[in-house]
Ligand binder design. Structure first.
Ligand code: ADP
Ligand code: MG
Length: 561
């Protein structure tokens, strides 16, 4: 189905085409035609990122009579940020509809200005419950002509204690209006609202398959309780291009983590209810513009925020209720993109991972935090990339170059590279040298499987320099041996070579399957590594499997020495 198959007027189609929408999402397919053709109540259960705003926005806009200046459509949403977002979406949908006015009503901003917006003929109001009630009491807004009311993120509004305000608002709307309620979950409290204010509602449930959910990689790191913050730093350092959200449970932790990150030189800012509206606006604006890389937020403050291209969601603590995990992770991998949702857990809260997996039917990967060495490599690679891509201002530089060249002429190219890298990275290298101890809580002092007698550590003479990364190595092993990726244990990559662990009983097969194979057009060698983790020098551990391989191997070893 395409949007053009729906009973939408050409001006709306033009607006959404401009946004790049072609096909309605499942929730949109289920609501738009129905609600336009028949005035009725509706309950929509759908996860974040499924396109609910257009699901209620397009039929509402379609139904508005622009010749009238009465408030005909009312959208209630839990937070200011969400209201602003819905309002902006509505304005984009109705860009080509002349005389359609939308007023946005929320706390912390001038009430007079908002009242003026309404008076100038807004047919649609998007509001937070608290401020709307306030303005109704002051007779600054009249909602007795409303035909369509939307309760967006109803579960969250109730969580936030807006029950009374919602009751108050709905009581002042006409009896025969339509109510469209959207919620990610259906707790009793929401069902109660539905029962008391809706008549024979059409119920639609869009399963757990939200646009993004399938593309989210869920990961957890098990660390010691007091190493949570260090774990976050490692994750951020390992992803220098991160554009992410860090969720904390309380306002205080949110502020605390943001402060620490800021002090440690990260491009981070907090977002929580104790900040002034201005501070919150500023943070959101910078985050949207991507001048801010990391937003540290409480669940409530970040609720429903729709920012595209968020690469990572980090759960500093897991949320108290499991459903919130869905909301948090749904901030990434929107509109078909990929994303990672990372949970940092200690032995105290690791059991919650299982609960979440069961309840929302996802699978976490248990990973080890990136090592200091891996992080430094990532950072240096990014820096090298920056050097490659930097724009050079030839004219201005020409004036300065002679004296610089004179000063640095005694250094070789290699030396210069080392020095440039050291300026940038000494601090980071020092930090990771000192913090070697930080790591997984479960394997303290014991690295990997190879310590037990059933597993073997293998050496391969390929590493980052040959374009290999962990995924690439895993694929190389699995595709040649036909073994599942679970059969591969720890992967240790270095520049020129790498190690991987597998079951000892498979050693012969693995070495056999991987011989005389190529990676990226090049030969490589796999053999059993010695117990101290280095590659074995002698042959004692190794069953020679082919003459050719041995010859090649010897040649290579000679060259190395
Ligand atoms: P929800 O309210 O369910 O969390 P939103 O309405 O905020 O989801 O939509 C999520 C994202 O998907 C937004 O960036 C929106 O612009 C985009 N989107 C919504 N519908 C479509 C569509 N039909 N085609 C492409 N993108 C869409
Ligand atoms: Mg929404």
């Amino acid at each position: 189905m395409l949007f053009t198959d729906l009973p939408l007027n050409p001006n709306i189609l033009k607006g959404i085409a401009e946004l790049g929408f072609e096909k309605p999402t499942p929730v949109q397919e289920a609501t738009i035609g129905q609600l336009i053709e028949e005035d009725r109540d509706l309950i929509g259960l759908a996860q974040t990122g499924t396109g609910k705003t257009a699901a209620f926005g397009l039929p509402m806009i379609e139904k508005i009579d622009v010749k009238s200046k009465n408030v005909q459509g009312l959208v209630i949403a839990p937070t200011r940020e969400l209201c602003v977002q819905i309002s902006n979406d509505f304005k984009a949908f109705s860009k080509y509809i002349p005389k359609l006015n939308i007023a946005t009503i929320y706390g912390g901003a001038s009430m007079d200005k908002q009242a003026k917006e309404i008076r100038s003929g807004a047919q649609i109001i998007v509001a937070t419950p608290g401020r709307l009630m306030d303005m109704m009491r002051r007779k600054m807004v009249k909602i007795n002509q409303v035909n369509y009311t939307v309760l967006d993120e109803a579960d969250e509004m109730l969580n936030m204690g807006f029950k009374e305000d919602i009751d108050g608002i709905l009581e002042h709307t006409p009896q025969d209006k339509c109510t469209w309620l959207f919620s990610a979950t259906m707790p009793k409290t929401v069902a109660k609202i539905a029962n008391s204010y809706m008549e024979n509602p059409l119920e639609i449930t869009i399963g757990h398959k939200n646009i993004g959910a399938e593309n989210i990689h869920h990961i957890y790191y098990n660390v010691n309780e007091r190493e949570r913050y260090h774990a976050v730093k490692r994750i951020l350092d390992f992803h220098p291009n991160i554009y992410g959200l860090i969720f904390c449970r309380t306002r205080r932790t949110t502020q605390d983590i943001a402060d620490k990150l800021l002090k440690d030189g990260y491009n981070a800012a907090p977002l929580h209810g104790d900040l002034s509206q201005m501070q919150r606006d500023k943070a959101m604006q910078k985050f949207r513009e991507k001048t801010l890389q990391i937003l540290v937020a409480t669940d409530v403050a970040a609720r429903g925020i729709d920012v595209d291209n968020i690469s990572h969601v980090i759960n500093y603590h897991l949320p108290d209720d499991i459903e919130s995990y869905t909301h948090r992770s749904g901030r990434t991998a929107r509109a078909g993109k990929k994303g990672e949702s990372i949970a940092i857990v200690s032995n105290k809260d690791i059991h919650r991972i299982k609960q979440i997996e069961k309840k929302i039917k996802i699978q976490f990967d248990a990973l080890e935090l990136p090592s200091g060495k891996e992080i430094c490599e990532q950072q240096i690679l990014r820096y090298a990339d920056k050097i490659k891509r930097v724009k050079i201002n030839e004219n201005e530089l020409a004036k300065l170059l002679p004296s610089i060249q004179n000063d640095l002429s005694s250094f070789s190219k290699e030396d210069l590279i080392k020095r440039i890298i050291s300026i940038e990275f000494n601090q980071l290298l020092d930090y990771y040298e000192k913090s070697k101890g930080v790591g997984s809580a479960k394997n303290k002092g014991q690295k990997g499987w190879a310590k037990d007698n059933n597993h073997e550590r293998f050496f391969i003479n390929l590493g980052y320099n040959k374009g290999l990364n962990k995924g690439g190595l895993l694929r190389l092993i699995c595709s040649n041996t036909n073994l599942p990726s679970e059969s591969v244990g720890e992967l240790d990559l270095y520049n020129d070579f790498s190690f991987f662990e597998m079951e000892k009983s498979l050693a012969e097969k693995i070495i056999g399957d991987l011989q005389d194979k190529q990676y990226d057009g090049k030969d490589f060698v796999v053999e059993i590594a010695s117990k101290d983790g280095k590659r074995s020098k002698g042959n004692s551990n190794r069953k020679p499997t082919s003459k050719k391989r041995n010859q090649r191997d010897n040649k290579r070893v000679k060259r190395k020495r």
